[in-house]
Structure formats: structure tokens, C-alpha cells
Design a protein around this ligand. Structure first.
Ligand SMILES: [Zn+2]
Length: 91
């Protein structure tokens, strides 16, 4: 996928859209939030990383996946109901 790379998994494509670097699926206009357009997989962190997370019942692991190809685009930890952590990259 050609374009200006803004992270390990995202590019700005020729239409000035944030897109998956693997398949080109457009997630939204450059300079704006993109996570709402991704497929969200949210699950408790408890046990996800072994013993260090054994008491993290309320902490969630959010995985943002490309709707086009399923590539993992980003992750974040959050409490249920927290808004997405928004990274705005201006190029
Ligand atoms: Zn993709």
C-alpha cells in the first residue's frame, strides 16, 4: 500500500484518507479520529498477560482491527465506557 506512513499500520492514502497499510481500507479523513471506523475487539485484561494482570478485573484490552483485512491496527488499555484514546497525526 502506497502513501505516507503515519504508524506501523496506517498510511495517508492518495485521497487524504487514513487507511490500513496492509490493504488500503479507508478509515476516515486525514487529521481526524479513525478508531470508530475500525472493528473493535474488547476483552478483560485479566489473565491476558499472565500473572502481572491477574488482578486487573476492570481493565480492558481494546484491539482495533481493519474491517477490510483483519490486520491489527492498534491497541489500548481502558476501563469500560472510557472514550477511545485518540491520536491525531498531521502530515
Ligand atoms: Zn486492512
Amino acid at each position: 500500500m502506497s502513501g505516507t506512513r503515519i504508524s506501523a499500520t496506517l498510511v495517508i492514502d492518495e485521497n487524504r484518507a487514513i487507511a490500513c497499510a496492509a490493504c488500503g481500507y479507508a478509515l476516515g479523513p486525514a487529521g481526524g479520529p479513525w478508531k470508530d471506523a475500525a472493528r473493535l475487539d474488547e476483552r478483560p485484561m485479566q489473565g491476558a498477560g499472565g500473572a502481572p494482570y491477574s488482578n486487573a478485573e476492570r481493565v480492558l484490552l481494546r484491539r482495533f482491527l481493519c474491517p477490510g483485512c483483519g490486520a491489527l491496527l492498534d491497541t489500548e488499555c481502558a476501563l469500560a465506557g472510557d472514550p477511545f484514546l485518540t491520536d491525531i497525526v498531521k502530515v
